[in-house]
Design a protein around this ligand. Structure first.
Ligand SMILES: Cc1ncc(COP(=O)(O)O)c(C=O)c1O
Length: 438
């Protein structure tokens, strides 16, 4: 079958990406044959190895398949598009017996569906229309381009899918140091290497982000606010610097983790859209409840399509029961008030503890979120001292790569009366010398 579409690109990634766009828009239909490697290489004026590498990338992404003499063809249901491409076109007036769906009238789920009588079946859009509508409005207010969105099972799931959509094992990923322990563990599990960037109250330090990029980081993960563990929030000035830097590194994958929206106690200064491939991931876990395994993911078209396409081949989609429940909470006035109260209380507790520590000459950081981070000379000594005083804190070692020791104190459950005794105990723990009276 002669292929009419003219593939473009000079490098393997560019050629693969061009084919992927053509598959996504339907210009290259399922089953369409790609030109033989030598022919395309001659046409593009590149080495055949480059085209072979591009086809390999496309195969690994599940977009094409190579079957001996039949050559390389677009898969019937490419994993790089979110659509469940149907083999059967159903003209008007024809009874559709091709779907494989159960009878919606016989589904008990109809009784618990927020849309009574209309249970969601196979083949429907992955994002619930209610959630999509709400998300577009909210993201626009936050200055995040919300044209393309997906829904994932929480922030970490979203981050994993975005990394896997663009990177290969061995690639370097720039992360905050100290940073979220689960992210560091995830990178190790996926075979990526972590490239540390130090972080202060205003977010990742620009010079250290630049260094990570110079060292070959292919992705950067930034916590927008409530950074775990130090509580940083990307400030307007830092965001400006980082945007200026990232514009010069358009090929870097930028991931933003906005896990504390609603309770962060700091405004959002997003970097979304600065680079060609990016994702902004907003989890509802911290503000609305960790058991709501849901995060909203906005990104560029290619990233969102790859995430949705791959999601389709796993869980399929995040249940619309859950999606609509989350939208219900977002719209609910009492829930919104409660989230706001939590934000006020967390802010008060951070402030009280930080002030009490400062009064005792103990520095700490806690610009936003649920935690206060206290640098200590020896984590084991400090944690042990605190435990014997009746307080358990998290040792910093789980969060650190090359940064200095510290301990993380979660303040979400503290009462004002706790502050003074806790500050005394922390002060004593910070000043304790290893081995003495333990
Ligand atoms: C930095 C960061 N991101 C995200 C999350 C929440 O992720 P998830 O939505 O996967 O529960 C946490 C929770 O501790 C976190 O610390």
């Amino acid at each position: 079958m002669p292929e009419q579409y003219t593939i473009r690109g000079a490098g393997a990634e560019a050629i693969a990406s061009d084919v992927e766009s053509a598959v996504s828009t339907g210009v290259l239909a399922p089953g369409a044959e790609l030109p033989p490697i030598r022919q395309l290489a001659a046409q593009l004026g590149v080495n055949p190895n480059t085209v072979a590498a591009a086809y390999r990338l496309l195969r690994q992404r599940g977009a094409v398949e190579t079957a001996g003499r039949r050559g390389t063809r677009v898969r019937e249901r490419p994993a790089t598009t979110p659509r469940s491409l149907r083999g059967v076109a159903v003209p008007p007036g024809v009874r559709d017996l091709s779907t494989g769906n159960p009878n919606p009238d016989l589904l008990p789920i109809a009784h618990v569906s927020p849309r009574p009588g209309r249970p969601v079946l196979y083949g429907e859009p992955a994002v619930s229309p209610e959630l999509a509508q709400y998300a577009h409005a909210v993201l626009a207010d936050d200055g995040v381009p919300g044209e393309h969105i997906a829904v994932t099972a929480g922030a970490l799931d979203g981050i994993e899918r975005v990394l896997a959509a663009h990177l290969r094992p061995g690639d370097r990923v720039a992360v905050e140091d100290p940073g979220w322990a689960n992210l560091l563990d995830l990178l190790a599990a996926l075979g990526f290497s972590a490239e540390p960037m130090s972080v202060d109250d205003d977010g990742p330090v620009t010079a250290h982000v630049a260094r990570a990029l110079r060292r070959g980081a292919r992705a950067v993960v930034v916590t927008t606010r409530a950074q775990n563990p130090i509580g940083a929030a990307v400030s307007a000035a830092r965001a400006k610097e980082l945007r200026a830097l990232l514009i010069e590194h358009d090929d870097v994958l930028l991931i933003e983790d906005d896990h504390c929206s609603g309770i962060a106690g700091a405004p959002l200064h997003s970097l979304a859209g600065t680079t060609r491939h990016w994702a902004f991931v907003r989890s509802v876990a911290k503000a609305y409840g960790p058991d709501l395994r849901l995060a909203l993911l906005a990104g560029d078209l290619r990233t969102v399509e790859r995430v949705q396409g791959r999601l389709r081949l796993g869980p399929g989609w995040i249940s619309h029961l859950l999606q609509d429940r989350v939208v219900g909470l977002w719209r609910d006035e009492a829930a919104t008030r409660q989230v706001h109260e939590a934000e006020t209380l967390y802010t008060r507790n951070r402030h009280l503890l930080q002030t009490a520590l400062a009064d005792r000459g103990v520095p700490s950081s806690a610009r936003s979120g649920l935690n206060v981070w206290v640098p200590v000379p020896d984590e084991t000594v400090a944690i042990t001292r605190l435990l014997s005083a009746g307080w358990a804190a998290a040792p910093g070692t789980r969060f650190r790569i090359a940064s200095a020791p510290g301990i993380r104190i979660t303040v979400s459950g503290l009462e004002p009366a706790d502050i003074e005794p806790l500050a005394d105990a922390i002060t004593e723990a910070v000043h304790a010398i290893g081995g003495a009276s333990m």
